[in-house]
Design a protein around this ligand. Structure first.
Ligand code: HEC
Length: 120
């Protein structure tokens, strides 16, 4: 009986963890690059360093996505900003302008250039 319970518990853990890993953000970085060039480059720049052609005109400077601060943020945190924007800054939300898939794509493009790096 004890073995059965442990076995069942293990199965549940496995089932849940595969479900959780299926929730991991999946985007296509190549498609994301096109989205980036069209919608983000003018502010965040072609190197993602925040020096886009329009960045000089802005009250709040675009985030340098290569910075340690941005890289230490989780995919989820970045996605929330992409989707909802940053309050009182020129970074407006893209929900409604981009599809969910396009937001995942652009996120995976950003991560392919500036991988997640937790501050140690
Ligand atoms: C009009 C200029 C502008 C455009 C266009 C723009 N951004 Fe931003 N973005 C900003 C600014 C300004 C900030 C910084 C906000 C702040 O300081 O809180 C920012 C912040 C961000 C952040 C948060 C970074 C962090 O470390 O928290 C992400 C992620 C981001 N932008 C991604 C994007 C993506 C992806 C696009 C295109 C789909 C995009 N931005 C388009 C101006 C822009």
């Amino acid at each position: 009986m004890k073995h059965f319970v442990t076995g069942a518990a293990l199965l549940i853990v496995l089932a849940v963890s595969s479900w959780v890993s299926a929730q991991v953000v999946r985007g296509n970085p190549k498609d994301g690059q096109a989205v980036y060039q069209q919608h983000c480059l003018r502010c965040h720049g072609d190197k993602l360093d925040g020096n886009g052609p329009e960045s000089g005109d802005l009250i709040t400077q675009p985030a340098n996505l290569l910075s340690q601060t941005s890289r230490a943020k989780t995919d989820w945190e970045l996605l929330v900003t992409i989707s909802n924007g940053a309050l009182f800054t020129p970074m407006h939300g893209f929900r409604g302008k981009l599809t969910d898939q396009q937001m995942l794509d652009v996120l995976s493009y950003i991560r392919s250039v500036a991988p997640f790096d937790a501050v140690s």
